[in-house]
Write a protein that binds this ligand. Structure first.
Ligand SMILES: *Cc1c(COP(=O)(O)O)cnc(C)c1O
Length: 396
């Protein structure tokens, strides 16, 4: 018998020694670029609130009104008595904005990914995943009991080779549409063609594309022109660009009904609070009514890329709001994050196992809530670190 304190203590120590120890910051007040953490004013470039909706007055008032009318907790799962007209309306508008026949709400993106795979796959089946997929997709695959395979990042040849050499019953290919720690996009057209040829089902996780890409923020499938037939399983979250909480899966009637019948993560959990559904309804409406948010975000993305490039900063191939700078070592990434913090800037160091070994990075995220002046503050600080030789310099 190992003593719990002793065993865990040794693991924790090892994590510290590897520069992989995680710490939480706690702040007071809403999610905005200007945060106050332990009395220090910090300008943050790390939230996923890409449109600045998390603190939007319309989301707040919708949630407040729904709380007054519906109370706080949903009180039960969707299949018992937790499903309200607000949840139902939200599913309808999500189907509409993603141009899919139907949508089904899940309590979180993590649950949705696990729920889809555990209901559609079993041990006779196979799941194929991009190596850089989000942990929730990977866990969904691992927990599904299907044969689990990973293909090289965005490598269609590697995937094709794997798809043609198995004898599984069903094949499901799952990918982040926008890779969460890299910011680049999946090649959805070639992927859908390959899936079609090999009779595999394509599932995309659009946590970082929904709300910001495509017409009215309808997401990556629309941005890359994929119909429901070409991308039968579309999943996205409501906690990032939508500024709210929760997730959904959109697709055909048969898909949605199957999830309602068979997805354990849908069936055996409490429905989202109705007020959160009400806030999400406001957010979906704002995607259309305040389209300047997407435009301003795109403007900031191109401005950042252009200036970072002319400084020779180690940008990664991303056109999205996720603009990481490659560092390499975990220790280096942590140190840079600390130095930025001393200058009043909050940028998270992302380290293994979130990213592959030797690819620790600063994950900079931009938001429509940022101003050009915010961006200049960041770029100035980065340029300074680079001049001190702490950040790599690449040819512009
Ligand atoms: C954040 C994220 C999730 C999880 O969504 P939650 O609603 O936060 O649980 C799933 N997939 C990707 C790619 C994500 O970035």
């Amino acid at each position: 018998m190992h003593n719990l304190e002793h065993t865990l203590g040794a693991d924790l120590n090892q994590r510290r020694l590897n520069h992989l120890y995680r710490r939480r910051l706690s702040h007071r007040g809403p999610q905005t670029p200007e945060l106050n953490i332990n009395g220090q004013a910090l300008l943050a470039f790390c939230s996923n609130d890409y449109l600045g909706l998390a603190n939007h007055p319309q989301l707040i008032s919708n949630a407040q009104k729904a709380c007054a009318d519906y109370g706080v907790g949903a009180g039960a799962s969707h299949l018992v008595v937790g499903h309200t007209d607000l949840h139902h309306q939200l599913e309808e508008v999500l189907a509409e904005v993603t141009q899919r026949p139907r949508a089904l709400l899940f309590s979180s993106g993590y649950m949705a990914n696990i729920g889809v795979m555990n209901s559609l796959l079993d041990r006779q089946d196979a799941v194929y995943q991009d190596r850089l997929n989000h942990a929730s997709l990977l866990d969904g695959g691992l927990l599904s009991s299907a044969k689990f395979q990973r293909y090289r990042h965005n490598d269609m040849l590697d995937l094709a080779r794997q798809l043609t050499s198995t004898e599984a019953r069903r094949h499901l290919v799952a990918t982040d549409a926008v890779f969460s720690m890299d910011g680049d996009s999946a090649l959805l057209k070639p992927l859908s063609q390959l899936c079609n040829e090999q009779q595999a089902w394509l599932m995309i996780d659009d946590a970082h594309g929904f709300g910001v890409l495509g017409p009215n923020g309808g997401g990556s499938a629309l941005a890359q022109d994929l119909t429901t037939a070409e991308c039968p399983i579309y999943m996205a979250t409501l906690g990032k660009a939508l500024g709210s909480y929760g997730a959904f899966v959109a697709g055909s009637d048969a898909l949605v009904e199957s999830l309602i019948q068979f997805s354990r993560n849908y069936i055996y959990t409490t429905a989202l609070p109705p007020a959160i559904a009400a806030a999400s309804l406001a957010a979906v409406q704002l995607l259309k009514d305040e389209a300047w948010r997407q435009q301003h975000l795109n403007h900031l993305i191109s401005l950042f890329k252009q200036q970072a490039k002319s400084l020779g900063l180690p940008l990664m191939p991303s056109d999205t709001a996720i603009q990481p700078l490659m560092v390499g070592s975990s220790q280096g990434a942590l140190q840079l994050s600390e130095l930025l913090k001393e200058q009043g800037l909050l940028v998270t160091a992302i380290r293994p196992p979130t990213v592959p070994k030797g690819t620790a990075r600063l994950r900079i995220t931009l938001s429509a809530a940022h101003t050009e002046s915010h961006l200049h503050q960041l770029l100035q600080a980065l340029a300074q670190l680079q001049q001190q030789g702490l950040l790599a310099s690449v040819e512009g």
